[in-house]
Design a protein around this ligand. Sequence first.
Ligand SMILES: CCCCCCCCCCCCCC(=O)SCCNC(=O)CCNC(=O)[C@H](O)C(C)(C)COP(=O)(O)OP(=O)(O)OC[C@H]1O[C@@H](n2cnc3c(N)ncnc32)[C@H](O)[C@@H]1OP(=O)(O)O
Length: 314
Amino acid sequence: MSEVSNAVETQNGNSKEILAIPSKFDTIQKDASYQNISTDVLVDSNVFDVTKHYIHSLADINGKYEQFFVYGDGAKTRTVSLVHFGENLCGHLGIVHGGCISTVCDELFGWTMVTGHVGFTAYLNVNFRKPLPTQTSALIFTELDRREGRKVFMKSRVEDDEGNLFTEATAFEKAFGEDGVINVEKHFIHSLRNIGGKYETFVVYGHNDKQSTTSFVYFGNSLCGHEGIVHGGCISTVCDELFGWTMIMDKAGFTANLNVNFRKPLKASTLAVITTELEKIEGRKVYLKSKVQDTEGNTYTEATSLFILPRPSQ
Ligand SMILES: CCCCCCCCCCCCCC(=O)SCCNC(=O)CCNC(=O)[C@H](O)C(C)(C)COP(=O)(O)OP(=O)(O)OC[C@H]1O[C@@H](n2cnc3c(N)ncnc32)[C@H](O)[C@@H]1OP(=O)(O)O
């Protein structure tokens, strides 16, 4: 990502658009207590390979799921999927990015719903029990848990062929009807197969206190779930990623839990201002929180996360 001086560039197809620069962005650019860490973050090359790292790979090579097969049961309450994430979707070297796992869980909750109703994810909670190696063929089971009015509660688990558990997720979606507004040509998971899913702008400012970041992310039309609305999984991925950046300014860790509340649909055309903040550290446990807002200060998503630092011997 090139240094942004007086405008935010977004790539739409082959043409570049310039968005008016928000005053908050301007302020942070000029604030000496922040530095642009978009291309200059301290990277331990034993842990991260930026040529393979998810967000960066999206900038240079397209991130893709290598296999994605979904089976829905006749009762329309479950799905079983085979997902091979492959090398492009890692965060830590050789380990699938927590955001990509969250995206697929969110997606498959949507598919579980789509067999009956269509809805928006309101809440997503993901527990990463074990690192998922990028070359694993993951089996993902989703299940309708219960329904309370328009709220549809679901759960999922990610396993390998031997039944080892890697991730567990729960969510609820708000159903809004029988008919969907999904355009597969623009939909994230499908677009990853046909056109490259890309963040069009991704600029990160790290605060000198090494405990907070402010980022400007323009998701654009390739990262939608519902047409024109950014996929909840992509928002979760960016939150997870930026929690990682907040951490990496000081120390690297693994996401153990990611908890995302989607307060309002985020339009693909909105420039998102994402702030992360380290809340507290208790031994190896690091608690972080983030907000996704627009330049007017309207809140779209709030997320919290628990990162676990390596054991002292590791
Ligand atoms: C320019 C270039 C830029 C490059 C930028 C790079 C930035 C990259 C950014 C990338 C960012 C991407 C980031 C990613 O996506 S990382 C990828 C996704 N995450 C994973 O793969 C992690 C999988 N899980 C594990 O490996 C282990 O479970 C971990 C390591 C997390 C803990 O296993 P470990 O054996 O080490 O520890 P422990 O089990 O003794 O637990 C320790 C404590 O923690 C508590 N606990 C544990 N889990 C949970 C839970 N779910 N909720 C609540 N609490 C939990 C537990 O009760 C205990 O508490 P206490 O009893 O001590 O009180």
